[in-house]
Design a protein. Sequence first.
Length: 410
Amino acid sequence: MFVHEFGHYFFAKRANVLVREFSIGMGPKIFWTHKNGTTYTIRLLPIGGYVRMAGLEEDDDTFRKGMIINLVLDKNGKVIKINTSSKKGLVTGIPVQVSDWDLERELWIEGLENGDENLIKRYNVSHDAMIIEEDGTEVQIAPIDVQFQSAKLLNRLMINFAGPMNNFILAVVTFIILAFVQGGAPVSNNQIGKVMPNSVAQKAGIQSNDKIIAINNYKTKTWEDLSEQISKYPGKKITVKIKRDNKIFTKNLVPATHKQNREKTGVIGIQMQPKYDKHLGKMLIYGFTQTIALSVAIISAIAGMFTNGFSLNDLGGPVAMYSMTSEAASYGATQVIGLLAALSINLGIVNLLPIPALDGGKILLNIIEGIRKKPLDSEKENWITLIGVGFLLLLMILVTWNDIQRYFLH
């Protein structure tokens, strides 16, 4: 999530869009610091993060007429800090009862100073003034020139795409690291490493180090070929051609039926004999090829939700990720590294779905704007985004409850 949000942050900074806050985690803040216009926060709940860009948030509730705020002025009488929080007092601040304000274009605040009901005073506000929000977080104000919508269309499209892009880059780097950790890039082959006890394969006389070179006359040169062919025939007889010590013979067997995601697949109880290519070039290329292969698999799985019927069991939230991470950790570092890459790709692809509120939905709006040569009406865009947020929140609640039932209540 950090890498994803850093993509948005980096390209926003490059496009001169003010990033008001970069947060890791959600909920109450436990640490914050401010540097170069951005407030960096760490929050209590480790369930994601966010980048607050100027112009992409509703600031109407920051001020309201009649509220009491404290203003800190510089030596020239310009406002450099605005305190709206009752939790954090400013000894040097001037108490003002707000009557009106413009913190986007002309940069001023009007109000009654020290409760004087006879005089409304206008204060000019510095372009880089800070606001202390209700929870005590300090962020910079958002003048119109540094807002997201003021950036060029291509820059905005790149800002939206940068999060998923970073996830794919992370996956490539992670798979390269995995290749070095496990001693090389895995080479897919048709050699059996282990035959499971009491399995279909063992009962048929198949042994470790055998090579399955064909199934029903279909040549199987890789483990992917082998798995795909076996999975096609749950409960159906197949003819397997086996190579053992330069001798070739055939076996007839019936794969057992295994149910996965409501689909029946065939299994015979064998595991691959891993082989690794230690050449530097192969290990570097592995990062790209594995990322592409896993991306294709995830996209196919998402497409299958629509063609084969949707089920909440096809999705997983924080509870499912916790369970998967715990299981991966029990198998060692390589499994955790592989899971990190898989989750990063998953996050990148899901965020590219053309759903309002997701990066893909924002990119779609950018494309529509480019075709129309003008942006959508801001009110309509807000409604579209609001519908998307509502849909995602509902889906998150349903998925999380379903995960709790699957992993803890059964």
